[in-house]
Design a protein around this ligand. Structure first.
Ligand code: 2NL
Length: 365
C-alpha cells in the first residue's frame, strides 16, 4: 500500500494548526489510542510475515514523520505564544521592589534583651551557665536539702546517669545555680543577673515545661532590704517605662533567702486589659505578684565560698514569660512556644529595633 497521500494530508493539517489546542487534537486524531496511524499499526499484526516486512517500515516511517512534525509545530506555536506575551506585558522598572520577607524577634528574646539593658544600667553584669545541672548546684547549695519537695520527680526532669562526681543530673529548675557558680568563680563583691531557660515537670494552661527566668544577685558589705527595694523599684519603672509604679512587699518564704519578700505591683483593669501603674489599693486597681526576692540566706553565701559574716546580699527571681505578657498584652502563655508564624508576626519585634536605654527601654514616661 501507499501511505504518501495519508502522510501528505496529515503534515499539511499539522502545518496549518495555528494554536496548541488544535495541534493537540490532531495528535490525538493521528497517534492517540484510537488514532488513524495507531489503527494502521494494529493491522500489521493481521498480515503474514512477508507482507509485514514490506508494510511495517512504511507505517513506522509515517508515524515517525507525523511525530516529528507535531513536535516542531508545537515548538513554533510555543515560541510564538511566549513572544506574544513578552510583547504585551511590560515591567515597570520605576516601581519599588517588593519587600523581601524578613524575620522578627520573638517577644521573649525582646524582653530578655530589655531586661539585660535595664539591669546593665543599674550596674549588673550578665552571667550564664549550663541548662543541664547537677543537684548540688541546683538544690543543695541553695539550702534545699535531699528531702525538699521541689526535688521530687514530679517537679524536676532528671537524667538517668550521674556525673563523674556522683551527682544526680537534671534540667535546672531556676537560674540560681548560675549565681552559685559565679560566687564560686568570682567571689565577692558581685552584681549579676542570670537570664535563661529553666525547666519544671509541669504543663497546663498557665505552665509550660520550659520557661524563662531572670535572677539577680548582689553581694557586698552592709547590703540590706532598702537596697533591694530601691533596686526593684528602679528596675520596674525602667522596664514598664512608667514613673507611677507602686510596689507592695509581702513577707514570704524561699529556702535560699531570709527574710523573703514577694513583690506585687499595682495595676488598673482597663476593659479587661491590665495596665501597670498606681497603687493596687486605689479604686479600680488591684495588686499583682511580679517577682520573689529576699536577703540571701547565709548558708547560700557560704556554699558560694563567701564568708557570710563579712558579706551580705539580696537576690530576686522573675518569670520573664509572664512579664512579657504583661508588658505587651499577650494572653496565652502556650502561644509563646507553639511556633505559629502568624502569632509571631503579630507580636514579634523588628530585628532593627534593638532595645537601648537611650532609645526607648528604661526611659521613664
Ligand atoms: C520566684 C522567686 C527567687 C532567688 C530567686 C536566689 C539566688 C541565689 C541566692 C538567693 Cl544564688 N536567692 N534567687 C531569691 C528569691 C526568690 O525567685 O518566685 N521566682 C520566679
Amino acid at each position: 500500500m501507499d501511505y504518501a497521500a495519508t502522510g501528505q494530508e496529515a503534515l499539511s493539517r499539522i502545518a496549518g494548526a495555528d494554536d496548541l489546542d488544535t495541534l493537540e487534537a490532531l495528535r490525538v486524531e493521528f497517534l492517540g489510542k484510537q488514532g488513524s496511524i495507531s489503527g494502521l499499526l494494529k493491522t500489521l499484526g493481521k498480515l503474514d510475515p512477508e507482507e509485514r516486512k514490506v508494510e511495517g517500515p512504511k507505517i513506522h516511517a509515517l508515524r515517525e514523520s507525523v511525530t516529528e512534525a507535531l513536535a516542531s509545530r508545537k515548538d513554533v506555536l510555543e515560541t510564538a505564544a511566549l513572544d506574544a506575551r513578552l510583547a504585551s506585558e511590560t515591567i515597570d522598572l520605576s516601581l519599588p521592589a517588593p519587600p523581601a520577607p524578613r524575620g522578627v524577634v520573638h517577644p521573649i528574646s525582646q524582653v530578655m534583651d530589655e531586661l539585660a539593658e535595664v539591669f546593665a544600667d543599674l550596674g549588673f553584669a550578665v552571667a550564664t551557665g549550663p541548662e543541664i545541672e547537677d543537684d548540688w548546684h541546683n538544690f543543695t547549695a541553695l539550702n534545699m536539702p535531699e528531702s525538699h519537695p521541689a526535688r521530687a520527680m514530679h517537679d524536676t526532669f532528671y537524667f538517668p546517669d550521674r556525673n563523674d562526681a556522683g551527682r544526680e543530673m537534671l534540667l535546672r529548675t531556676h537560674t540560681s545555680p548560675v549565681q552559685v557558680r559565679t560566687m564560686l568563680s568570682q567571689g565577692a563583691p558581685l552584681r549579676i543577673v542570670a537570664p535563661g531557660r529553666v525547666y519544671r515537670s509541669d504543663s497546663d494552661a498557665t505552665h509550660t515545661p520550659m520557661f524563662h527566668q531572670i535572677e539577680g544577685l548582689v553581694i557586698d558589705k552592709g547590703i540590706h532590704l532598702g537596697h533591694l527595694k530601691w533596686t526593684l523599684e528602679a528596675f520596674l519603672k525602667a522596664f514598664f517605662e512608667r514613673d507611677d509604679i507602686v510596689l507592695r512587699l509581702r513577707p514570704s518564704y524561699f529556702p535560699f533567702t531570709e527574710p523573703s519578700v514577694e513583690v506585687d505591683v499595682g495595676y488598673a483593669n482597663q476593659g479587661g486589659r491590665r495596665v501597670v501603674g498606681g497603687s493596687g489599693d486605689a479604686p479600680g486597681h488591684a495588686w499583682m505578684e511580679v517577682l520573689g526576692s529576699g536577703m540571701v540566706n547565709r548558708h547560700v553565701i557560704a556554699a558560694g565560698g563567701i564568708d557570710p559574716d563579712e558579706w551580705q546580699g539580696f537576690a530576686f527571681g522573675i518569670g520573664v514569660d509572664r512579664l512579657a505578657m504583661l508588658k505587651y498584652g499577650m494572653d496565652d502563655l502556650r502561644a509563646f512556644f507553639d511556633g505559629d508564624v502568624r502569632w509571631l508576626s503579630h507580636y514579634g519585634f523588628s530585628a532593627l529595633d534593638v532595645p537601648t536605654l537611650s532609645g526607648g527601654v528604661g526611659t521613664p514616661a
